[in-house]
Design a protein around this ligand. Sequence first.
Ligand code: SAM
Length: 514
Amino acid sequence: MTAPLNARYELRTSDKFGRYIVAAKDLKAGETIFSDEPFVLGPNSDSSLVCFNCYLPLLSKFVVCKKCAVAPICPGEGCPEQLHKTWHSDMECDFFRSIKLTNGLHPMTMVQNVGSLLALRAFMKKTTDPAAWKEFMEMETHLEERKGTKVWEFSENTVKFIQSLSIMDDIPDSELIQKICAVIDVNSFEVRGPPLPALGCAEVLRGVYLKAALLAHDCVGNTHMSINDNNLLVCHASTNINKGEPIFYNYTDPLKGTSIRQQHLLIGKYFKCSCRRCADATEIGTYMSSVMCPECKTGYVSRSTPGEWTCNNCSKTFEDTNIGFKVQCCMDKFGVINKKDEKELEEYIRNVSLILAPNHYLLLEAKQRLAGVLRDTINREPRPTKKLMRRKMELCKEILPVLEILCPGISRTKAITLYELHAAMVQLAKKLFDGREITGTAYMDELMLAEKYLKRSLEMLFIEPGNSPEGELCAKALEEYRVLKTTMSSVLDAIHAEGKCYVSPVEANGSETQ
Ligand SMILES: C[S@@+](CC[C@H](N)C(=O)[O-])C[C@H]1O[C@@H](n2cnc3c(N)ncnc32)[C@H](O)[C@@H]1O
């Protein structure tokens, strides 16, 4: 079946994916595929209290809406003006007011059921937007698989709450409300809520986007999603996508190993992923779930068949329990160390490097955390050491090749890592030059390379919404690019003033990772 939706993509169905979309023409990396307004947006089922109007966290105080005297909203001067959307609609307000008058609905009932607000608002769309409601109800639910499970039981709270409201004389049957909860669970996206102006903290919300929900999953996606502070979702191609190829979104964390990703997909999305990465014990050559061979000490041992692991060097096989125990120990240890402490992270990396393959997901996470700790120390200390800068560069260079394989093309994590690599390079090169440890030419070489990383990072950051943290990083990176160009120009002038000629090694041999 082919149903054209717009010029860039079209809808297909298959036994494997259900409905999914494919490119209707060749798409270039960075090209916008579609943008999508939320059908419904609201707090997570386990959220703390948020303002029903703007979704700002209500930390300790709240007032109730003057009109309905039920909905908890921002105290003081009310919701900040820059938050354009008002989610507590007139229709909802009238509805709350009428049940307050007839049933004595109390604001505390709403406060206690904030986790059901999203389902309630979705249900109200049945009346306010029947066409979109119909599309929403056609989404995948896996309702039968949910029956009798914990998640079904948990959703019974929402069932009871919505039924207790007797909405517009229409008491929905429990299966309908269970279905709404299921559509939300299977199809929603995480959305960053608005941050509290002074504190910066924000609640994680969930949004259902009817176009974006049609994307099938692959553990190596080919799209990049961003959601701006108006909650508009924009889907870009992250790599070139040929006409007819499926457009995939990675529903899981690409930096987790196969067993964790598959478990997440099975529990939350009810399918067993069989993508190229999941089918490959080496995870496309990254060996992200492999361990060092206890026998030959040089090979990587990966799960070859269920229950058995094999070394890629000496071919020795090991039992699942044996390897599983080692990985579990490393995982348990990671769970208890202080991940903000440089020494503890270094010690962890040193110890588990003897057990896990170099790109194991636990090691990668530890390295990412350590790079973040080093960044904070370097930016905080008045005279950070060269050792710190070198180590941060080393970590970024170890992480990047894995990201290139698992997140090809445009990737937020890759953009941030490239930015951090450039920053450490510039800081170190300046320190070395100021200390007369390197010549102007060597300084220039480093700046040229850092510029190359920064430019690649900027190419990816440009598509981030301006007011998101990544958009703010983009603005910062642009300013740093301007400063870097000025520095490079004065270093070049100084080289020329000495009567020398400068030839960039970056341009001469095209090398990127020295
Ligand atoms: C967000 S929905 C995608 C739209 C859905 N296919 C539909 O027809 O409404 C997620 C569901 O699509 C299916 N799906 C997506 N990617 C898949 C994949 N790689 N393998 C198997 N099923 C997949 C699963 O049923 C999953 O729960």
